[in-house]
Every structure is written in C-alpha cells, then in structure tokens.
Design a protein. Sequence first.
Length: 361
Amino acid sequence: PLMRPESVQALLAELHEQRAVVAITTFRADPPTGYGRIIRDAARQVTAIVEERDASPEQRTVTEVNQGVVAYDAAWLWPHIDRLRPSPVKGEYYLTDLVAMAVTELGTGSVVAHRLADATEAWGINDRWELAQAERVMRERILRRLMDAGVTVVDPAHTYVDAGVAVGQDSVLLPGTMIKGTTTIGRRCVIGPNSVIEDSAIGDECRVKASFVERAVMEDGSDCGPMAHLRPGAHLGRGVHVGNFAEVNRSSLGAGTKMGHFSYIGDAQTGENVNIGAGTITANFGDRRAAPGQRKHKTTIGDGAMIGSDTMLVAPVSVGAGARTGAGAVVTKDVPDGTLAVGVPAKVIRRLGESEEQERL
C-alpha cells in the first residue's frame, strides 16, 4: 500500500525499454527473514526468486528480496502459467517460479528488476501495529508535500492530514490539527491548535482555533473558536466571527456578522453585519410528526440587526433589517425592520430613532 506511483511507472518502463517479459520489484531487507531471495548470476542478472522455505543456507544470506509487485508481458504470461508446478516443500504454486522459467527459455535479459530506494514502499500490513506504522509513513509523505508547497506544519508528529486535502501557501497548521476528507484550505490561514476539519471549504486568511468544522464553508477572512462547532450546512460569509462555545448548524451568516459566544444558530439565514449577543439561540424544532427534514422551522435575521443577549428566537420567525431585540427577549412574532422588541413574549415597543416620549404619544 505504500508503493509510490513513480515506482510503478519505473517498473513498467523497465519492462518495455528492456523488452523483457518479466519485471520484478526488489529492495534491501535486513534481516531478510520471510521474503523470497533475489538470485543473480556473476553478471548481476536476475536468474530466479527463491522462496525462503526452499532456499539453501547460502541463498538465505542474500539481502536483496522480492517486494511482490511484478509486471509481465501478457502474451508471454498466460501460456506459461499452466506450466507451473507445486513446490516440493509445501505443495504451493509460486508465481515467482515464472522468473526462472523465463530465464531458462529466453535468457537472463528476459527478466529485469527495479530496486526500491525507499524500503518503506515494500512494507506489508499483517496486523494493526503494522497498519499504524504504514499510516504514519503516509502522513509524513502528505505533510512533506504540503511543506514543500509552502505550508508551515509546526509539529508534524501531531498533525493529521488526509491525502485528499488541499492547503494553500503560507497557511499554518498548529499541533493537534486533524484535516479530513476533501477539505480545501486557502492561503495564509491558521488552523489549530486542537482543531478538526472534515469535508469543508475554508477560504483565504481564515482562522480556526480549537474548533470542530464539518461539511461547512468559511469564506475569506472568517474565523471561529475557540470551542466553536460548525455543523453540516454552516456557511460563514466574509469576515464573519464565531466565538467560543458557539454552534452554527444548517445556517448562513452574512458578511461581517459577529456571534461572539455561547450561542446556537440553527436553520437560519442571517444578513450582513448582524450582531448576535451572548446566549442567543434559535428554537427551531417544529412538528414532531412531520417527515425528517421538515421538522425544523426557519429563522431569518436582516442586515444590520442587533440581537440582544439571551434572546430566544422561536421559529418560524424573522427579525428585520436594522431591528433590535432586548436582552432576554423571547421572540415569537416577526420583528419589522428598524424596530425594537423586548419582553417575554417580545413585543415591538417603538421604531428605532424614536424617543421613548414619542412612543408614549
């Protein structure tokens, strides 16, 4: 599983360029226990692969071994498979016997070998420990590729990035970061520490600090955390701030919107430059008897609205552009543009810009 595409291409090139019928992949193993030994003649040409059970004491000292990936000339291969005979030691059929068969029939030039420079490409996986070691090698390769492309990885040993992830130049990955799936991260971002991002799209100059982001979108210049949770369907516009212990679910926050802390916004559409006070929640659960996907009601908040601390928005409801809610308001009815709503349940008491005296008149 660790063999690089470049090595496979080199193996095929050896087969075609040398006009061979068999091309094998080899590597140096110390100790070589358990591997088939590569036997060469005085001219260093491959003459056979001898499995360990069948090897003589002298052959067992050979440290060049068979990796297992082989390329054959198909026209030669199929007629010769039927000629294989079982091993006298164990009764198994060895495909590796085709090497000696080709040499006997066509001469030493009929078999060529590509030796792997990196022995980790030959690793097999037989248990969970070996699987973990192989995963470590793959992570190192992925991080090396990112770092060669201009990404800073502060602590590679504690940073986990999947192969399908793309990270832009001059971004920084801090320790404890895990980036999974098909996530894309733009340029000049700072991710972490202790953050998980999965199948999400992060724009340029974004910041994710000690947060969980899953199937979400963060546009350029937005940030979240610490301890924020962007759930599937969350969409942060340009310059949006989602602070600590805040959650966004199936909702869009317009450009410049601020949601500092201790808030939940679900199934909502928020305009631009909205301020969401601490403790604000959207109560979005609808009819329990409805079909899944239709049980949640929507909340709409217009551009420039200010939602007071501890406001409860009981969906379906809308707060108009430039409107405000007082601290602790329980909003069950729509709040028109440019008005102030306070109380439990919240009532519109005046238009913003009017004095309290004008309201009484």
